[in-house]
Design a protein around this ligand. Structure first.
Ligand SMILES: O=C([O-])CC(=O)C(=O)O
Ligand SMILES: [Mg+2]
Length: 220
């Protein structure tokens, strides 16, 4: 029998479930209401990008935004998981970017259309290395930050999340069964802004992990 190594979860083709508007300061900066229930959307596994490969700006967007987020990697699947047992289902974490074609998202919002083109294109989910659970004893209280060309653009603390990680795992698993290797993106703090070709994005979680990505244009 072969055992799969969760530290390469992005190779497994599992789900990427994203939570939107989970930080009040970010909901406000985009003039969205504070949600009463989590806002959920999906990316596909082809969105994954690891360090060394460039983030590609889709041909149809002129306003690609960075969103730095803590990602939760599921280690044990389940349906209708209780909040009290939710953390037993976590294998670890990854620092993630929810790259967003903001112009397309604004257009989709105004037309009442889904966000797939804005959120789920190839390279829209750059990720750090896998972080084993033990390295982040309190995922509800870590600082995440992002610099673009050495300028700080986003820095927030996961304690500012509207919906906690155990709540999100429980809520999502009522609707979508979670599987080993799934990733949950937990939302972004304020400071989202546009990136340009050749920009360098450098991001981290406290002193636990850091990652660097360059931006390039999709070849015509
Ligand atoms: O596009 C958005 O503003 C929603 C989202 O992903 C987030 O809040 O992280
Ligand atoms: Mg996001």
């Amino acid at each position: 029998m072969t055992t799969r190594n969760v530290s390469r979860f992005w190779e497994w083709g599992k789900k990427i479930i994203c939570v939107g508007r989970n930080y009040a300061d970010h909901a406000k900066e985009l003039m969205n209401a504070i949600p009463k229930d989590p806002v959920l959307f999906l990316k596909t596994p082809s969105a994954y990008l690891t360090e060394g490969s460039p983030i590609l700006i889709p041909k149809y967007s002129n306003n690609l935004h960075h969103e730095i987020e803590l990602g939760v990697v599921i280690g044990k699947g389940g349906t209708s998981i209780s909040q009290s047992s939710a953390m037993d289902h976590v294998a670890g974490y990854a620092l993630c970017l929810d790259m967003t074609a903001r112009d397309i998202q604004d257009d989709c919002k105004s037309k009442g259309l889904p966000w797939t083109l804005a959120k789920a294109f190839d390279t829209s989910c750059p990720i750090s290395e896998f972080i084993p659970k033990e390295k982040i004893p309190d995922p509800g209280n870590v600082k995440i930050w992002l610099k673009v060309n050495d300028q700080m653009r986003q820095h927030g603390c996961t304690s500012e999340m509207i919906f906690s990680i155990p709540f999100l795992i429980s809520y999502i698993s009522e609707i979508i069964s979670l599987e080993e290797g799934d990733l949950i993106l937990t939302g972004t703090p304020k400071g989202v802004s546009a990136v340009q070709v050749h920009d360098e994005l450098h991001a981290g979680i406290d002193d636990v992990v850091s990652m660097t990505f360059k931006v390039d244009k999709l070849k015509q």
